[in-house]
Write a protein that binds this ligand. Structure first.
Ligand code: NDP
Length: 335
């Protein structure tokens, strides 16, 4: 039998936290054989919500749940933690400049990185969900000098899943028939959801789209003018329709991100933002989304894919935004 895995969730009293906790405790993230101990971190004004969720967790009597602690102290929350999901973040307020947003979040992710450095388990893995997720992950990693930087990742799995969902609908196939979709760059409106190497039932997606839509040009226009903006702006679409931001789909993506990181992807690549080692010309050290595989020991970038001129343009634009965010936090002395 496995020893319980300690999982820390920050912002656990928030919306995404509420959608995450019960699925993790039910075994959806680490599988039915792995008991978990949950540590819920909140800021003082979020403590009641987190404590309420802890009471409900108790009322589920999940067989895999070996305890829940609620705290507003980062050192306590990350002590001995094996897996950390950093969800709580400072949202952009009215009139807030980007530098203010980055600084406010550095005040959250810097100390959390330091607490992970001080007390987390040697094998800790961290995923940042709270936005701006890529740069928050960069700040956390920079604040944890004794933890290998590649343990810090940021979530682009929701963007990946949204891309698969759009293709599935357009082509009239089940989502699991689609493989090889990749999201590149920043988790922001500049992201590049890329189908160049994707297949549907073994056929290149671009050819299947050309067949379905009536030609290569129409297919490329659909990708540029509808698919990419729809995926990149799906969050705003959800807010418009639902009246509040995406929650269950974000929690689902975070669970799949950790599950594939820890248990492995098999030979079916997915997307995650990881620390660049210079792959595809992305400056070393940036937390950038790439196509990735994991054998269970952490995400590795899938190398050797050809990027045509169009793809290169999209990737470069999103990477330029990541560079600007990094330079802004550097100028503030935060990394
Ligand atoms: P949510 O749970 O809805 O969102 C949390 C974070 O996830 C936000 O940064 C949000 O970014 C991001 N997010 C939302 N949707 C997506 C998506 N589709 N893909 C990727 N990321 C997404 O926010 P709540 O306000 O309900 O909850 C936040 C909680 O965090 C509060 O309870 C607050 O008290 C707590 N908090 C805890 C901290 C801590 O533990 N130290 C620090 C700060 C806050 P976006 O803003 O862009 O939507």
């Amino acid at each position: 039998a496995h020893e319980p895995t300690t999982v820390t969730i920050t912002g656990a009293g928030g919306q995404i936290g509420y959608a995450l906790l019960f699925r993790i405790a039910a075994g959806d993230m680490l599988g039915p054989g792995r008991p978990v101990r949950l540590r819920l971190l909140e800021i003082p004004q979020g403590m009641k919500a987190a404590q309420g969720a802890a009471l409900e967790l108790q009322d589920c009597a999940f067989p895999l749940l070996h305890g829940v602690d609620v705290t507003d102290d980062a050192r306590t929350a990350f002590d001995g933690t094996d897996i950390a999901l950093l969800v709580g973040a400072r949202p952009r307020g009215p009139g807030m400049e980007r530098a203010d947003l980055l600084a406010a979040n550095a005040g959250i992710f810097g100390p959390q990185g330091a607490a992970i450095n001080a007390g987390a388990s040697d094998a800790v893995r961290v995923v940042v969900v709270g936005n701006p997720a890529n740069t928050n992950a960069l700040i956390a990693a920079a604040s944890a000098p004794d933890v290998p930087a590649d343990r810090f990742t940021a979530l682009t799995r929701l963007d990946h899943n949204r891309a698969v969902g759009q293709l599935s609908e357009r082509l009239g196939v089940r989502p699991d028939a689609i493989r090889g979709v990749a999201v590149w760059g920043n988790h922001s409106a500049t992201q590049f959801p890329d189908v160049e190497h994707a297949t549907v039932g073994g056929v290149p997606v671009e050819r299947a789209l050309a067949d379905a839509l009536g030609g290569q040009d129409v297919a490329t226009r659909w990708l540029d003018d509808e698919f990419i903006p729809r995926v990149a702006r799906r969050g705003a679409e959800i807010i418009e329709v639902r009246g509040s931001s995406s929650v269950a789909s974000a929690a689902n993506a975070a669970i799949e991100h950790v599950r594939d990181d820890v248990l492995g992807t098999g030979d079916d690549p997915t997307s995650a933002a990881v620390v660049s080692r210079g792959e595809y010309g992305v400056p070393e050290g940036l937390v950038c989304s790439f196509p990735v595989l994991s054998d269970g020991s952490g995400y590795r970038v899938v190398e050797g894919l050809a990027l045509d001129e169009r793809a290169r343009r999209y990737v470069d634009a999103s990477v330029a935004e990541l560079v600007a965010e990094r330079d802004a936090v550097r100028a503030l002395g935060l990394v």
